[in-house]
Design a protein around this ligand. Sequence first.
Ligand SMILES: NC(=O)c1ccc[n+]([C@@H]2O[C@H](COP(=O)([O-])OP(=O)(O)OC[C@H]3O[C@@H](n4cnc5c(N)ncnc54)[C@H](OP(=O)(O)O)[C@@H]3O)[C@@H](O)[C@H]2O)c1
Length: 194
Amino acid sequence: MRNLTYFIACSIDGFIGDPEGDASAMVSLVDAEFFDFLKTEYPETLPTAGRRPLGIDDLPNKRFDTIVQGRRSYDLALKEGITSPYAHMRQYVASRTLGESPDPDVEIISDDLVGRVRALKAEDSAYGIYLCGGAELAGALVDEIDELVIKTYPIVQGSGMPMFAAGFSVTPFTLESHRAFGNGTLVRTYRRQR
Ligand SMILES: NC(=O)c1ccc[n+]([C@@H]2O[C@H](COP(=O)([O-])OP(=O)(O)OC[C@H]3O[C@@H](n4cnc5c(N)ncnc54)[C@H](OP(=O)(O)O)[C@@H]3O)[C@@H](O)[C@H]2O)c1
């Protein structure tokens, strides 16, 4: 089985965006050192449109070859006129309303989300699956998550979109690694205890 990894940016108080989900307060804190970390360790998590102008669109994938995102997260790309935001991976968007995919490279998962993700996890691949978010999709897939990579930016928001939109349930994870950056960002990697 390969891993489903929730790779997510959040505030110190655990929010992944403002109350509507807008994460630009965190994106603006990415400095040269942290961008270099993302480029080196998680190049595939940078969207295609951001890679091209930087001349890094040919960076090989390092950890993931598949991305799953919720329709409202995908909407952010659609609003920019981008139908294939992560062209360097196999792309899945969970949606019961989108119907036909706007792009041949993006597959819509409209039913049996957990079953479809389990099937993806059962595929033979050296690469894992990037669970991009947002909160609702992460809540629907919380029991399938094997690994958490949490990029905690040095801000407190007071309120906002939580990491998971899910019911109360305590799930233990083990801290595998952590790394602090000069700008105060902390990246922690946790593995689900099985
Ligand atoms: N901080 C970060 O790193 C980060 C990363 C990603 C996203 N975000 C933020 O997250 C926000 C979006 O989060 P969100 O919670 O509002 O929405 P979301 O999780 O991105 O998408 C929710 C949508 O996914 C579909 N969905 C959810 N569960 C499903 C299921 N079981 N089967 C089929 N489809 C399902 C539904 O689409 P339909 O309504 O079409 O049925 C639902 O409306 C964005 O504003 C974005 O900025 C932040």
